[in-house]
Write a protein that binds this ligand. Structure first.
Ligand SMILES: Nc1ncnc2c1ncn2[C@@H]1O[C@H](COP(=O)(O)OP(=O)(O)OP(=O)(O)O)[C@@H](O)[C@H]1O
Ligand SMILES: [Mg+2]
Length: 319
């Protein structure tokens, strides 16, 4: 289907289109998930007009974005048509019901060295595979908050999947994110790359580390959670608007409550509710790792074993 332009939407003429473009709104997809007040503030147009055009955009894009009222049968058929992104490990793909879901955020939680960043690198390669092999023939954008991004790992993993390492490097954008303000500002860049540059996978590794450092202790908890929540919402909107796969990592902290000594993910309930699927990684003997789906609205709490080698993540036998 041909991509709609702003002027295809009822209520948008030459003048309004110019105003919207000036405000960075270049496609009806962006309008479809905006509130009228948000648009009015952004683009210097009246709120009634903003309401009319956001509604019109929503109606036009109901089918494309999967936001219309449909019977469960149609919803189910849409899900069957959806292309998921392979992790490159059949065990992980199985617990994810085929791979990483588009238009959703999948969060990987685990202690240091559990394989989160290794998987993020692997996904930057598998997203480039043809669809018959579980890829999306797309590019990747790696937002790196910990200086952990390694083109060298991409080269090794590319060879394992039979892809040309030069081409693989050419298809991965990366940025070192210096603080949480930068992380939020970079949402514009995420949107640009996803809408114009063929990026189909967005990685944020790690999602929470800056927020955690900048808002230490209980005193700053409410503010941190509010900012995290807002950021998550904005990222989710981009995922849905452009049907992108979003993979984020998160760290584990020891529980502050001695009566409940379980490991906890940073960001608490905000992260738990704001992401679509949450997968935990645990370190086991040597290279072995255990993954388990926790807290997913659609996936059962299944487990998979993998190990980390030079070529990336591989399926492994249970311990
Ligand atoms: N080239 C390689 N060959 C084999 N194993 C590797 C290679 N590179 C890294 N590893 C292994 O991967 C593990 C590190 O995994 P990773 O960096 O994904 O951890 P992480 O979960 O992102 O941790 P953190 O929370 O510190 O970011 C280490 O155990 C390391 O030995
Ligand atoms: Mg890491």
């Amino acid at each position: 289907m041909k991509e709609l332009t702003l002027k295809d939407i009822t209520g948008i003429g030459e003048k309004t289109a110019k105003k919207l473009e000036k405000a960075g709104v270049t496609s009806p997809r962006q309008l479809a998930l905006m509130t009228a007040s948000e648009l009015a503030a952004l683009a210097d147009i009246g709120e009634a007009h903003a309401l009319a055009i956001t509604e019109a955009a929503r109606r036009e894009l109901e089918k494309v974005l999967g936001i219309g009222v449909v019977k469960a049968k149609e919803h189910y058929e849409q899900l069957l048509r959806q292309r998921k992104l392979t992790t490159g490990c059949s065990g992980l793909d199985t617990i994810l019901d085929g791979g990483l879901e588009p238009a959703a955020i999948t969060e990987f939680v685990g202690v240091f060295g559990s394989g989160k960043s290794q998987l993020m690198h692997q996904l930057c390669v598998t997203v480039q595979l043809p669809e018959e092999q579980g890829g999306l023939r797309g590019r990747a954008f790696y937002l790196d908050t910990e200086r952990g991004f390694s083109p060298k790992r991409l080269i090794t993993i590319a060879s394992r999947f039979g892809l040309n390492p030069d081409e693989v490097l050419d298809n991965v954008f990366s940025v070192y994110v210096v603080n949480s303000d930068h992380q939020v500002v970079l949402l514009d860049e995420v949107e640009r790359l996803v809408s114009n540059e063929g990026v189909k996978l967005v990685v944020v590794d790690s999602f929470t580390s800056h927020f955690r450092k900048e808002y230490p202790g209980r005193d700053h908890l409410a503010e941190r959670q509010q900012r995290l929540n807002r950021y998550l919402g904005q990222l989710m909107r981009i995922a849905v608007t452009y049907n992108a796969v979003v993979a984020v990592t998160n760290q584990v902290m020891s529980s502050p409550d001695p009566r409940d000594p379980q490991e906890k993910a940073v960001g608490g309930h905000i992260m738990g509710h704001g992401t679509t699927h949450r997968i935990w990684f645990w370190k086991r003997k040597g290279r072995k790792r255990l993954a388990r789906v926790i807290d997913s609205p659609r996936l059962p709490e299944a487990e998979a074993w993998f190990e980390i080698q030079d070529g990336g993540l591989y399926d492994a036998e249970p311990e």
